[in-house]
Design a protein around this ligand. Structure first.
Ligand code: PLP
Length: 364
């Protein structure tokens, strides 16, 4: 970032492109809003660090009052723990295989850790490797309707798994986890499961739900003890399209340069899938685009190559010129973040810090 040719950037206009920048004040405002919501409604705040992957930002979230963090991969946990972020870490992933289970045992000696699991196979593997002096917490992931990812399919099977965990050495049953809890039927499923567990004598200590789209609603549902919000801290085009925040609130944006204008109606940016990923919009969108360009809201990135963003500017009143820099908000902040080594932190465009994204690329 600070190559001899470039020198130390004073403002974000000095940065070579594509660049990823985050507005410090907007980030802090989003962190504070999330924390204030949780405080008002008596929910614990467990921000998901997969969005930013930056140890310094995790510390800002904990300083604001978060009770712990969530990670998606063991490698992300290791990075956080190495930076001194210990306490209550949730790893939302079925961890298995000798290599990972040995690493898990090592990290469990340094921090309290809670894993989300959805099978006896995973539970027994973790139990076999757990250090009896540092028991590992397990929460059962309950599958949510309309989201065909992980999770035990019924509350009955979830309880049966919890009972297995309860008897295994080295592990401790801590509660339930769900994702996502956005739709009413998902919230009802989650609420019913909690009651079912309580009726059957295995009251969950934590019920972990949420995500950016539903965090403003979580207090209405009598199921959650905590919220895991990632994207809202940065903001992205999907979060805006879902009505959760405005572009004005988005802390993160990408600076790109127009490198070609092959026709009057089409410009090409110096960022494609290797900058933004190919994440599609979450909501059905007749003018489907890979990003929003702040200076040209009518522009549409209709295609991407690895290093090129193909932008239709036919609906723009004025069109960008070759060499012009534009500010881009991608569909999905978390994936785009994973493409960068550093995040440039700024206040009103003045660079205040360049933070390494230590947890980028930690897919194991
Ligand atoms: C398990 C889990 N929890 C929480 C989140 C956070 O969701 P969001 O980034 O929408 O806040 C995610 C996102 O993928 C997730 O997979």
């Amino acid at each position: 970032m600070t190559s001899p040719a470039q020198g130390k950037p004073r403002t974000i206009d000095d940065l070579d492109t594509p660049a990823m920048v985050v507005d410090m004040d907007k980030l802090q405002a989003n962190i504070n809003e999330l924390q204030a919501y949780c405080d008002t409604h008596g929910l614990n705040n467990r921000p998901h660090i997969k969005t930013h992957k930056v140890t310094y930002i995790a510390k800002l979230q904990l300083d604001a009052g978060a009770t712990g963090i969530a990670c998606q991969k063991l490698g992300e946990v290791e990075v956080m723990v190495e930076a001194g972020i210990t306490g209550d870490i949730m790893l939302c992933y079925n961890v298995m295989g000798a290599q990972k289970l040995e690493r898990l045992r090592a990290v469990s000696q340094l921090t309290d850790i809670t894993l989300t699991i959805d099978s006896e196979y995973t539970a027994r593997g973790i139990s076999a490797y757990a250090d009896p002096n540092h028991p590992i917490n397990l929460v059962v992931e309950l599958a949510m309707p309309d989201f065909e990812r992980t999770g035990v399919q019924t509350q009955e099977d979830a309880l049966a798994l919890a009972k297995v965990i309860d008897k295994l050495p080295g592990v401790h049953f801590r509660g339930l986890m769900m994702y996502p809890t956005t739709k009413p039927e998902q919230q009802q499923t989650a609420a019913a499961a909690r009651e079912y567990f309580e009726r059957n004598g295995l009251a969950p200590e934590i019920v972990s739900g949420g995500g950016s789209v539903d965090f403003h609603d979580l207090h209405r549902i009598p199921h959650a003890t905590e919220v895991r919000v990632g994207t809202f801290n940065y903001g992205d085009r999907n979060t805006v399209a879902n009505g959760v925040m405005t572009y004005e609130q988005c802390a993160q944006h990408f600076i790109c340069t127009v490198v070609s204008k092959p026709t009057p109606d089409r410009v090409i940016l110096d960022g494609g899938t290797k900058t933004f990923t190919s994440d599609m919009p979450q909501l059905d969108d007749p003018r489907s685009t890979f990003c929003h360009i702040l200076e040209y809201p009518e522009a549409r990135m209709f295609a991407q190559s690895e290093e090129h963003g193909h932008v239709d500017v036919s609906l723009c009143e004025r069109t960008p010129q070759i060499g012009e820099r534009v500010s881009v908000i991608p569909n999905h902040a978390c994936g785009a973040t994973n493409n960068f080594d550093e995040v440039v932190m700024h206040r009103n465009g003045e660079v205040v810090a360049i933070w390494p994204i230590w947890a980028r690329g930690k897919i194991r």
